[in-house]
Design a protein around this ligand. Structure first.
Ligand SMILES: [Zn+2]
Length: 428
């Protein structure tokens, strides 16, 4: 199964031009019920905007999603999604029944959390069709889009072959480390059999994430005896191996393809100008589309850190104690790439093209990283409508209706096609 999905990266980028339109997409586009669904989406657009604003104005930092989850569960119920509940980790999960419960379900998701800590002002301001507030695009719009798609399917009487799980996940951002989607697949045996996973976690309607950027993040902590900088001059200093480790990291080469990056980001340590520090720490962020590249850089950094600690102990006095080094895991997101010529990638591409978007395959890190690592085809797509400033206080979205509907219509076709018997997944 995995071999079928996980194309060589070079092959993926080589073929990402223009996949054929899958039959399921063509059939849906031609169906009168889908026409009705489009009318319903247009009629319902004001409600969508109101729900985006309502969700945005409920603070929902990572690890603090409970209040928004409760409200979202209620909104799912009033959007005709059944069996809605919160799972043990706080994800909101509901099901829209399909024709054949024996079929593996499709999972459609958006994330509940934002990067903004409690206390961040989240009141939405509006100028024409521009709405501004932290977290409004990432990912309040995605959450509201799921509700609008469910209502449009209900209004037009569309029944899919597969059941569709609707999920508001916790912990997608930063230190959340995908804990919500990880829990969903760990704890729900039926979810584990899913035919596909689609997360609405982008602005616009052009980008289709089929290349899931993996990451490994950790803190390296060097510890030593510390002490008065004059009295104890000549003893080991944890800042030295830290600096040497960072230098060694930045001497490492990475390939342009598969895109691989590293960063020494947050550094900390030291107490006062006249004190040799007892600890010095640096946070490391390694990302790549290829798991083996993450492993290679990671191994290089860990070796450099251990070598630098050893060399510092050899270079200076350890009379008051020596330097030790330890690694504190911050997060791990599996990498993966799915086929772009068939299945979910091709469906989303054809759906976008049908509504005048300029679809292109892209590489990002989202909740979709996790199901792909389990062999389940997964993509991230847009909600429609312009937006920007994600992860900043200047975040904004544009709810101008035509651009918004372009993405919603394409998203609806993608979901219905992926939830059809042949749609989405390669035949198991
Ligand atoms: Zn997001």
């Amino acid at each position: 199964m995995l071999g079928h999905l996980m194309l060589g990266l070079a092959a993926a980028s080589a073929v990402s031009a223009n996949p054929e339109t899958p039959d399921a997409v063509a059939q849906i586009l031609a169906s009168p019920r889908f026409e009705q669904a489009q009318v319903a989406l247009r009629k319902d657009h004001d409600r969508l905007v109101a729900e985006i604003i309502r969700l945005t104005e409920i603070p929902s930092p990572t690890f603090g999603e409970a209040e928004r989850a409760k409200a979202y569960a209620e909104m799912m119920r009033t959007s005709g999604i059944a069996d809605v509940g919160l799972d043990a980790i706080g994800n909101v999960v509901g099901i829209r029944r399909g024709r054949d419960p024996a079929l593996p379900p499709l999972i459609v998701a958006a994330h509940l959390d934002t990067v903004f800590p409690d206390g961040t002002p989240v009141r939405v301001t509006r100028e024409g069709s521009l709405l501004k507030a932290p977290g409004i695009g990432d990912d309040a719009r995605g959450l509201a889009a799921l509700l609008a798609l469910s209502r449009a399917m209900n209004a037009s009487g569309i029944v899919t072959d597969r059941d569709i799980y609707f999920v508001g996940t916790v912990g997608e951002e930063g230190r959340g480390n995908l804990r919500g989607v990880r829990h969903l697949f760990d704890s729900d045996p039926r979810a584990r059999t899913a035919s596909g996973f689609i997360t609405f976690d982008l602005n616009g309607s052009d980008r289709i994430v089929t290349r899931h950027v993996g990451s490994r993040r950790y803190r390296i902590i060097f510890s030593g005896p510390g002490g008065h900088s004059f009295d104890r001059f000549g003893i080991v200093n944890p800042v030295v191996p830290l600096a040497r480790t960072v230098t060694a990291l930045y001497a490492m080469t990475v390939p342009p393809d598969p895109r691989t990056t590293y960063s020494a980001s947050v550094i900390s340590g030291g107490t006062s100008i006249n004190t040799i520090p007892a600890t010095a720490a640096v946070d490391i962020d390694i990302r790549s589309l290829a798991p083996k590249e993450i492993d290679r850089i990671d191994a290089g950094v860990r070796l450099a850190a251990q070598t630098a600690a050893r060399e510092e102990n050899a270079a200076r006095s350890v009379a008051y104690g020596s330097i030790s080094v330890r690694f504190e895991e911050i997060g791990e997101r599996p990498a993966g790439v799915i086929d772009e010529r068939s299945g979910l990638g091709a469906i989303a591409f054809a759906a976008g093209r049908a509504f005048g978007a300029r679809p292109r395959f892209d590489a990002v890190s989202t909740d979709a990283n996790l199901p792909v690592s389990l062999g389940i085809p997964a993509i991230a797509i847009g909600t429609g409508g312009r937006g920007g400033g994600e992860h900043s206080l200047e975040e904004f979205i544009d709810v101008e209706i035509e651009e918004s509907l372009r993405g919603l219509n394409a998203g609806l076709v993608t979901v219905i096609a992926a939830a059809s018997k042949g749609g989405g997944a390669p035949v198991r």
